[in-house]
Design a protein around this ligand. Structure first.
Ligand code: PNW
Length: 480
């Protein structure tokens, strides 16, 4: 009865006054509201990220050797419509144009990677001066435009001639030698190095699932050994950079740690998310930042656990100057009374995603990425080394690409990142993935992550709405 009469009265007031005027502030009262853009700390760094094989093309030029991705993408049935990175964005030739795009955004930093087999065609042995010169030209062009390069040494394009790839411990050593060479040659131009990009992608996805190069499906013991060689390679590279780079060179890694978001922001779930973060990343980030494998991981893997040589864990745990986090999809956890103390909740079929089926939209993921990692391991500095999304971009007849969904995605993630910064977590910069549409690995050119549209027939670059939005964000050092 009571409800009914309330509803009737509400209806009456609607009848008495026009709905629009009753429900919304008028233009003049709206003007009295002070806009509250969410600001980032002064000096916060804004940029974009790319990777060599995804943008460079020129696969057979100037003495570059093949990588496992050249072999894999040329193997029928492995990538979307057999697409390869042979040409990609042709950034090998168009790099000045791409740096111009960065400059137009107002970016002050750029995350790029070096193709190992461009510099060492066989992975080891004699370097290829033409390959190295290309990177010198790119780095010089960045500096001439006031953009500070952050360089990833390994973004999955392993030289194909290294026997057995990451199944061999020699590959970890070879990576250390390559890192030593690069830091001797390029640390006059590069202050920040990332060793590896996303362990799980070049180990599990490549040697267990078979989705990425070299496309193997090995048993658990072999996969654990591959993972071990991956993190060992990172450790060797950290030590090589410390020993060979100019004083003041800083080193970290770029890692897509699985990010666990507490279902409800309450003490027991927040703690559950921390437990999940440690255990869910045990073979990778946890091992790197703690210099050991967790008891739980070793117990769970039993006889399949990796073979660890004396001194390995110390190398793997070499202290870092910063941690880079590539942030995409969330996992939601709640506390429970199982021995682990947490349970990961499966996503309902209605959970929203972007154009890649694995890319679920949960913008709070970026806040918890920073908070969980800081709480557990207290790194000196954190960078978001990747964040962004695929979208079904369409070029309209007027030439515009209105990627409002990407803008929505980015805006919401940055609002949650701003929360982390405002709460004092040591997040120093953000690299949007990606500067331009590029070769999306096994998805070929079918998934676009860029804020610049690339016509892969003509190589024409066009800023999308998201580029305009990012320019405003960078200019204001704030998000709204
Ligand atoms: C990252 N997944 O890869 C890489 O670092 C980039 O090279 C890549 O283009 C970007 O994210 C977008 O995909 C991922 O299946 C690839 O969960 C696949 C997954 C995650 C990250």
């Amino acid at each position: 009865m009571k409800n009914k009469s309330t509803r009737r009265r509400f209806g009456q007031s609607l009848a008495a006054a026009p709905f629009v005027a009753a429900a919304f502030p008028t233009a003049s009262s709206a003007q009295t509201v002070t806009p509250n853009r969410l600001s980032f700390p002064q000096g916060f760094k804004w940029g974009c990220a790319t990777a060599a094989y995804q943008i460079e093309g020129a696969a057979n030029e100037d003495g570059r050797g093949p990588s496992v991705w050249d072999i894999f993408s040329h193997t029928p049935g492995k990538t979307f419509q057999g697409e390869t990175g042979d040409v990609a964005d042709d950034s090998y030739h168009l790099y000045k144009e791409d740096i111009r795009l960065l400059k137009n955004l107002g970016a002050t930093v750029y995350r790029m990677s070096i193709s190992w087999s461009r510099v060492f065609p066989d992975g080891i042995g004699k370097p290829n001066p033409k390959g190295l010169d290309y990177y010198k030209r790119v780095l010089d062009e960045l500096h001439n435009n006031g953009i500070d390069p952050y360089v990833t040494l390994f973004h999955w394009d392993l030289p194909a001639s290294l026997p057995h790839g990451w199944q061999s411990r020699d590959t970890s050593k070879a990576f250390g030698d390559y890192a030593a060479f690069i830091s001797r040659e390029l640390s006059d131009r590069v202050q920040h190095f990332f060793t590896t990009n996303e362990f799980v992608c070049f180990t599990d996805l490549s040697y267990k699932v078979g989705q990425f190069a070299p496309g193997l499906k090995l048993d658990a013991a072999r996969v654990n050994q591959v993972r071990h060689h991956g993190i060992l390679a990172h450790g060797f590279a950290v030590q090589a950079i410390r020993a060979n780079a100019r004083a003041g060179t800083l080193v970290g890694l770029a890692e897509n740690a699985t990010v666990f978001v507490p279902v409800i922001e309450e003490k027991q779930h927040v703690e559950a998310a921390l437990k999940a973060t440690r255990q869910g990343n045990a073979p990778f980030l946890t091992a790197v930042l703690e210099g050991k494998y967790t008891e739980e991981y070793l117990q769970k893997e039993g006889a399949n656990a990796p073979k660890v040589e004396a001194g390995d864990m110390q190398i793997i745990g070499s202290p870092l100057d910063f941690v880079g986090l590539n942030v995409y999809s969330p996992e939601y956890v709640r506390a429970d009374d199982s021995p682990a103390g947490y349970v990961v909740l499966p996503k309902q079929s209605s959970f929203p995603r972007m154009a890649s089926p694995w890319l679920f939209v949960g913008p709070e993921v970026i806040y918890w990425a920073v908070r969980n990692v800081t709480t557990l391991w207290k790194p000196k500095e954190i960078y978001i080394t990747e964040n962004g999304c695929s979208a079904d971009d369409v070029v309209r007849s007027d030439g515009r690409i209105n990627d409002t969904d990407r803008v929505m995605y980015l805006r919401n993630h940055l609002m949650h990142l701003q929360r982390a910064a405002a709460e004092g977590y040591p997040v120093k910069g953000y690299f949007l993935w990606s500067l331009l549409d590029n070769y999306e690995w096994a998805d070929g050119y079918s998934k676009r992550f860029g804020i610049h549209y690339v016509d892969f027939k003509t190589q024409k670059r066009t800023p999308k709405l998201s580029a305009e939005w990012y320019t405003a964000t960078i200019a204001g050092n704030s998000v709204a």
